[in-house]
Design a protein around this ligand. Structure first.
Ligand code: SF4
Length: 262
C-alpha cells in the first residue's frame, strides 16, 4: 500500500469514527471522493489536446493570434512591422486562400489582402458565389517583409522567414480544417510545399498539404500586372475546379466567364 493510500485509509477510518460518535452510521465522504480529492497526477498531453479541441475554433485562433502578436523570431521584421497580420474570415471555412505575406496596405490595416490585389481577390470570391466571410484568408508570413527606409512597394519573403513562420499557418490550418486550400502565387506554393517551379507549370493542378487538397493559382497581383483575358480565364478555370470539388452550384454564366478570350 502506498503512503497516499495509507493516508486515505486513515482519513476514511477517522471520518467513520467521527460519524459513529455523532450517531451516523454511514460516512457521507466515500473512498472514491477522497481519492479524487487527493489526486495529484498531472494532466496527460492527450487530455490537454482533447480539452483544446473542445474549445471553439474562434477561441483557438484568437489564442494563436496572441502568440503571433508577441512573436519576434525575425527580429528585423518585428522591428519594422506596424503590426502582425494573422488572417481573417470564417473559422469554419471549407475554403482557405493562402498568400505569401502582408504588403504595405495589410501592414497598416492588420488584415490580409486589403490593397488592390485584395480587392481583386474579393471580386474572384464574389464571382464564385461566396463572400469573404464564407472563406478564410491568411498568408505564409505574418509580418510584412521589411523594405529599405523610404522605399515604396513590397518584397517577397525570404525562404528562412517563411520557414520560421510556417508553424503558425500550419496551426491555423489544423484549427480551421478547410476542405480545400488555394495557394495564391509561386511564393505561397514554395512556402507551403517547398516547390520551386514556374507558376505556369503548377497552376490548375492539385497537390496536398497536411492531407488537404491544395490548388495552385496565380496571385491576384499578377493579374493586375498582366490583365489579359486569357490569364484571367486561367485563374477562373482554377476557381471552377475549386467550386466543383466543393460541390458548389455553377451556372452556365459562371462557366462562360472570360471564355471568349480562350
Ligand atoms: S514573420 Fe512570423 S516568425 Fe517572423 S517575427 Fe513575424 S510572426 Fe514571427
Amino acid at each position: 500500500m502506498s503512503s497516499l493510500q495509507e493516508a486515505t485509509a486513515l482519513l476514511e477510518q477517522s471520518l467513520r469514527t467521527r460519524r459513529s460518535l455523532l450517531g451516523r452510521t454511514r460516512p457521507s465522504v466515500t473512498r472514491d471522493s477522497l481519492e479524487r480529492l487527493t489526486e495529484t497526477r498531472p494532466r496527460q498531453r492527450s487530455e490537454i489536446s482533447n480539452l483544446k479541441s473542445e474549445m471553439p475554433r474562434s477561441a483557438r485562433l484568437a489564442a494563436l493570434n496572441e502568440a503571433v502578436r508577441a512573436c519576434r523570431q525575425c527580429e528585423h521584421l518585428a522591428a519594422s512591422r506596424t503590426q502582425t497580420v494573422f488572417g481573417a474570415g470564417n473559422p469554419d471555412a471549407d475554403l482557405m486562400f493562402v498568400g505569401e505575406a502582408p504588403g504595405f496596405d495589410e501592414d497598416k490595416k492588420g488584415e490580409p489582402f486589403v490593397g488592390p490585389a485584395g480587392e481583386l481577390l474579393t471580386k474572384i470570391i464574389t464571382a464564385m458565389g461566396l463572400t469573404r466571410d464564407d472563406v478564410y484568408i491568411a498568408n505564409v508570413l505574418k509580418c510584412r517583409p521589411d523594405m529599405p527606409k523610404g522605399s515604396p512597394g513590397n518584397r517577397p519573403p525570404e525562404p528562412l522567414e517563411m520557414q520560421r513562420c510556417l508553424p503558425y499557418l500550419r496551426e491555423q490550418i489544423a484549427i480551421i480544417q478547410p476542405r480545400i486550400l488555394v495557394a495564391l502565387g509561386k511564393t505561397a506554393m514554395a512556402g507551403l510545399t517547398g516547390r520551386d517551379e514556374a507558376m505556369g507549370a503548377m497552376r490548375g493542378r492539385w497537390f496536398t498539404f497536411e492531407n488537404i487538397p491544395l490548388l495552385a493559382t496565380y496571385h491576384p497581383s499578377y493579374l493586375l500586372r498582366n490583365g489579359s483575358m486569357s490569364e484571367k480565364r486561367k485563374v477562373w478555370e482554377d476557381m471552377l475546379l475549386v467550386m466543383e470539388k466543393l460541390s458548389l452550384p455553377i451556372s452556365e454564366k459562371q462557366r462562360g466567364f472570360f471564355r471568349t478570350a480562350s
